[in-house]
Design a protein around this ligand. Structure first.
Ligand code: NAP
Length: 242
């Protein structure tokens, strides 16, 4: 991010971690958030050097995004890139989904991204440049039994992406989404082999998508190479949706 910091939510593991590592390897200044994985986050922070800083954040905490953006800017400089990557996944058939579970998933995945974007966009508007990438999911396109709340949160995130792109385009700020298919991370570790095979049955490519495969596309959308791309969704699913 030219002369700016990239803030990655949920950088302690999985796709977010792959992105933090990729950006840091190129010498970018990176702020990332963690929730429960403080040990992993602190280890990553010290392994990657002084240009990378970790900050605690709970997606449900209304005040956290402003606090994190202010802390990141004090430590590293202006935040001109934001990747809304942190999310939760809870499975329940609609008939058995509690109000608490529904609200928690929508509030974390959609509300959390909204609050992080709101906290970061003011500095981007002032700088007249910036890029936001929201990490959605193929569940936003395809009905998956048991994933109604998660899928609704991700479909909402795609709508948020398009509205933000409209609102911020005149300020030189781009907003895009990546739409991953199945990626082997802690989030999907509970899937049975049979379910995993079922979800991968429609892939065009044989190889599973690794976290770094999604991170590379996010990196592109943050970069000047995507300088004329906004309001778009890039699917990274090994061709599942082809
Ligand atoms: N894996 C897939 O197959 C897949 C497919 C489609 C889309 N995605 C999306 O890709 C993104 C990354 O997923 P992943 O597979 O890399 O997940 P992951 O390995 O489970 O990592 C999730 C990250 O989010 C953080 N997080 C979890 N709950 C949080 C909360 N309440 N508040 C703040 N942070 C929280 C975690 O922090 P701690 O570890 O510190 O607790 C972690 O850094 C998510 O948006 C996910 O929906 C994943």
């Amino acid at each position: 991010m030219e002369q700016g910091v990239v803030l990655v939510t949920g950088g302690s593991r999985g796709i977010g971690r792959a992105l933090v590592e990729r950006l840091a390897a190129r010498g970018e200044r990176v702020a990332f958030t963690f929730h429960r994985g403080e040990d992993e986050a602190r280890a990553l922070e010290s392994a990657l050097g002084p240009g990378v800083r970790a900050f605690p954040m709970d997606l449900l905490d209304r005040a956290a995004p402003v606090r994190v953006v202010e802390a990141a800017e004090a430590a590293l400089g202006p935040v001109l890139g934001l990747v809304n990557n942190a999310a939760v996944r809870r499975e329940a058939l609609v008939g058995f989904c509690s109000d608490e579970d529904w609200d928690a998933v929508i509030d974390a995945n959609l509300g959390g991204a909204f609050r992080c974007a709101r906290a970061a966009l003011r500095g981007m508007i002032a700088a007249k440049r910036g890029a936001i990438v929201n990490v959605a999911s193929l569940s936003a396109y395809r009905g998956v039994s048991g994933q109604a709340a998660y899928a609704a949160s991700k479909a909402g995130l795609l709508a948020l992406t398009r509205c933000l792109a409209r609102e911020l385009g005149r300020s030189g700020v781009r907003v895009n989404a990546v739409v991953p298919g199945l990626v082997d991370t802690a989030m999907t570790a509970d899937l049975t082999d049979a379910r995993r095979a079922q979800l991968r049955a429609d892939q065009c490519l044989r190889a599973p998508v690794p976290p770094a495969g999604v991170a590379g596309v996010i990196d592109f959308l943050l970069s000047g190479d995507a300088g004329h791309v906004t309001g778009q969704e890039v699917v990274v699913d090994a061709g599942t949706s082809a």
